[in-house]
Design a protein around this ligand. Sequence first.
Ligand code: IFM
Length: 444
Amino acid sequence: MTLSFTRADFPADFLFGTATSAYQIEGHAFGGAGPTHWDSFAATPGNVARAENGAVGCDSYHRWPEDLDLIEAAGFDVYRFSTSWARVLPEGRGRPNPEGLDYYDRLVDGMLERGLKPAATLYHWELPSALADLGGWQNRDIARWFGDFAEVIMGRIGDRVWSAATINEPWCVSWLSHFLGQHAPGLRDIRAAARAMHHVLLAHGTAIGAMRALGMGNLGAVCNLEYAQPADDSPEARRAATTYDAIYNRFFLSGMFRGSYPEPALEGLAPWLPKGWEEDFATIAAPVDWCGLNYYTRKLIGPAPGPWPALEEVPGPLPKTEMGWEIFPEGLEKFLVRVARDFTGDLPIYVTENGMAAPDRPGPEGAVQDDDRIAYIDAHLAAVRRAIAAGVPVKGYFVWSLMDNFEWALGFEKRFGLVHVDFESLERRPKASYHALATALARS
Ligand code: IFM
């Protein structure tokens, strides 16, 4: 199976990339990294499938040259990677770990040597345990700690990265982890969630300031979005979908790009937000140079009994990925149009993550056949092209993920990679989707 487009079907300056994150691939046991809240969350029975963790991951800490070779050989322009706070600052603050700084230094140089643009994300979820002990994202001081971390790591690699984003997916860092309890630190508490939502944004703005002070440009924010639709025509379902949309999609974008929070979210969150939150927007809404959107699926939302937000997800009829997520490429197009119209205007937008978990199917001669993934990427890139045709300044698209990796609470079972990883031998094997992309991206 092939993709229905080639590079030539996109604007000449459109960038293709692939993405990973530190804890999911590096192997956190290596190189003097400090403990993180994901280590203890994963060590707690029932939190992660098969009690797996990121201690070894894909061992990219040692195998990064091979990983960068794969990215280069596929014809990608950009590699979106993240830096582990605890690898750089094992205690979260204070003395840096020289091995950690050296690692990211080598990695960035390795990308440049291969003609790849390094797109760094400061934080992709592994909070140093020492900071979790102090309340983590619930503690307002985290904004300052995060700004200091940004200064340390970017003081080392900021002169060579092509772009830098602050916090991957603020909704996951706050709501998923402090209200739904599905990710570390595994809390289910509305006050903790509200504070984390606000502090994540305050930390974002503080880090933007720290990186600007270093003279860096091309700084951005990355939000994940889920297209919320009412489960039926009732006013109750419409209201529930509006609340879901406000919490998931509008809260963070509004904070960063409008300096306010949406009313349907404040309805339930205002009593729990930290005192004086209204005064923080000058920091939160610090200008950025681009906006990244991570998109995978839509959700049908209906009302549920109980306290705010009084809603629930309702299973939908569309074909699903192995995550159980409905495949809805139209949602990506709608979001690109909507985000540019309502929040970011002329600012470049990047689809910083898109991809699917799919089971491996053996192909001829040991190949890994993942036609479902090829079709998924194809349909979503068609949505990107429609948005571009409608005038949205979409400037790039990143496949999640380069390779199979630690899929958080789902362990290593759900495979998102273009490259298959054997988690016993750690051998990498490009799948059919990798080869399809390499063909589509080849420069003639
Ligand atoms: O694996 C994750 C990634 O860490 C963040 N965005 C969604 C991906 C798939 O669930």
